[in-house]
Write a new protein. Sequence first.
Length: 447
Amino acid sequence: MLHFTASLPYDRRLASCDIRGSIAHVEMLADRSVINAEEAELIIKGLEEIRAEVQEGRFPYDLEFEDIHMNIEKRLIEKLGPLGGKLHTARSRNDQVTLDTHLYMKEEIRIIDQFLQQLQATIINLADRFEGVLIPGYTHLQRAQPVLLSHHLLAYFWMLVRDRERLAGVLVRTDLMPLGAGAIAGTGYDIDREQVAEKLSFSRLYENSIDAVSDRDYIIEFLSFSALLMMHLSRLCEELIMWSSAEFGFIELDDAYTTGSSMMPQKKNPDLAELARGKTGRVYGSLFSMLTVMKGLPLAYNKDMQEDKEGLFDTVDTLKNLLPILSEMLDTMSIDRVRLKEAVDDDYLCATDLADYLVRQGTNFRDAHYAVGEFIAFCRREGIRLRELDPEKRSRFHPALAGDIADLLDPVKVVNARCSRGGTAPSAVKKQLELARRLSGNQKKQQ
Ligand code: ARG
């Protein structure tokens, strides 16, 4: 029974938050004369000793006492005798556990946001470093149009902007102080919830005691933010995996972020990128697990809710482990400029521009699209580039194709022409980069 029901093996990571919460609670109890000042002082001293025991690995965890809250209280009673029993006045584990989780999450959200900011800065650096490099842009994983590599990478920057906005939203709704709700109904003791909130730097209080102990939205929202973030990172990693294959050969990842094969000497496996993609599955799992745990629960606290912790902690660990090394892997990757040049030299990628040219010559777009399609189909059968077919033969597909189309088939010129706002022309990407640079530094302030 104990092994099945205890949360101690994993909730011990809440120890320092639990002690912070308890100290604020005890100070408030003394201020309101629920206990006297001398008692409060002794209890706080005891809690601080316990904090040191935890930090120095000396704390005697005991599974008999189910969770970290009971373990700390039991230890306090060991130290202070019956006085230790006063700590839990006007409090329940139901409001205590969710207070601890709120405190924990507020800290972790700040750290994760810093990692995201760092990843954004890495992407901006790469966009700078690879200035002017072209790659094929893909739709349906078929070569579509040439784009700047910087432009492609910056797409991930903007995903992270939205991820950070979402995380800031999670923080707003995590910044709510539940203590004082008691087990469900509040308490008759003369407590001061505002004071506790202020001591613990919360901006707001839960206004309904039942909601305070029933709410796990903030955890689900964090998991939802994490699932979306991981989806973005997984797509990025999938591209890095493809790009580093012999078939693409666009990039090379630094040895520090790949592994060899135990059998095949030539192998360089992108393990970090693959695992990032793989771990996305478990983060989704934690989100679905929590949504499912909560869906049928009557108000207020139910023991089912103890299941909120492992998925949350695992997700926090996954993000904190992954984000910094992902930044490093990106920062140290190199590109194969020759391979990239070969890839964009494929002038079929300029088909859209040819069709647009015919439109400028007075053809409607559908007919232009058809003519260029025929032109390309012919060249594909012949195994030649568009620019290799002589003007006379080209004119069979459309008379205007007999003209000088060399510029239209030059990927650099094609890219330069896409100068609409948010487009891939160097002039547009320069503006995008400036905006990105300003935003990544300032995003926190704007929120
Ligand atoms: N370990 C419990 C949890 O994580 C703490 C709250 C227990 N409350 C209770 N009434 N059993 O949810």
